[in-house]
Design a protein around this ligand. Structure first.
Ligand code: FPP
Length: 250
């Protein structure tokens, strides 16, 4: 676990010697932040959404290709009715306030996860956002909602089994690439950098396949306090990592 040094102005693309193509973030610590400030957990998540806005903007400014964020896992349904309702409301508020700017910035929104279990209103808003931005060619913004990595893999296996059953492919044709082509993130690069805030060091069923060779960073800062400067520090730390992908350094 480590904390970041303090830095002032946000960095620009040219300041980095190497940037990841795909960043994934587990936005952890909203509940602890709320407790620390004697606020409701709903307000913790609301503050977390403010952080998210800034981080999306900075990711786009830096020209990073893809950003995946874990907004609601399949396990989050087990939280209290009030907390789930607050998160569902935040989804509506987030898209109502952000969609115009995101679309204007050429951001393509993709929802990772099973939308069919979400309330009708949320489902509608998410489908609209995906449709409206589907042709955009800028930042790929993947928002994981009702997402589970194992469910994603099971889903891909089911789709491939159906293709075999219908005779369109043979089992021998299934390789890593065909499997990846049946994940929500099809066509996108693997995750290069995974950040989980709040000091917890777990993957929690997020992008299991896509993180096979990801670099991991676990800053101790709680998500609502995670600043653009903290993000820059994480990206600098990523730039200093030597990635070997199972091989040896030359
Ligand atoms: C984990 O913190 C965070 C979540 C379960 C939800 C994160 C969601 C948002 C920041 C906003 C929603 C996103 C969109 C797109 C509207 P925690 O509550 O588990 O923190 P704790 O471990 O300190 O309790």
């Amino acid at each position: 676990m480590w904390t970041f040094a303090k830095r002032k102005a946000p960095m620009t693309r040219g300041d980095f010697k190497k940037l990841p193509r795909h960043v994934a973030i587990i936005m952890d610590g909203n509940g602890r932040w709320a407790k620390k400030h004697k606020l409701s957990v709903a307000l913790g998540h609301r503050q977390g959404t403010e952080t998210l806005r800034e981080i999306i903007r900075h990711t786009d400014d830096l020209g990073i290709e893809a950003l995946s964020i874990y907004a609601f896992s399949t396990e989050n349904w087990n939280r209290s009715k009030e907390e789930v309702a607050a998160l569902m409301q935040l989804i509506l508020d987030f898209f109502a306030s952000e969609i115009d700017e995101l679309d204007a910035k050429n951001v393509r929104i993709l929802i990772l996860g099973d939308k069919s279990d979400l309330p009708a209103k949320q489902r509608e808003v998410l489908l609209q956002a995906e449709e409206r931005t589907g042709g955009n060619t800028g930042l790929k913004l993947n928002i994981a909602l009702n997402y589970g990595g194992r469910a994603e893999l099971a889903n891909a296996a089911r789709e491939l089994a159906m293709l075999v059953q219908s005779g369109r492919i043979t089992p021998a044709m299934i390789d890593e690439k065909t499997l990846a082509d049946h994940l929500y993130t099809r066509g996108q690069p693997d995750v290069d950098l995974m950040i989980r805030t709040s000091g917890e060091m777990r993957l929690s069923n997020f992008l299991l396949y896509q993180c096979a060779y990801a670099e991991f960073l676990f800053p101790t800062v709680l998500w609502p306090d995670f600043s653009v400067q903290d993000y820059d520090e994480a990206l600098i730390a990523y730039g200093g990592r030597e990635r070997r992908f199972g091989g040896r350094l030359k």
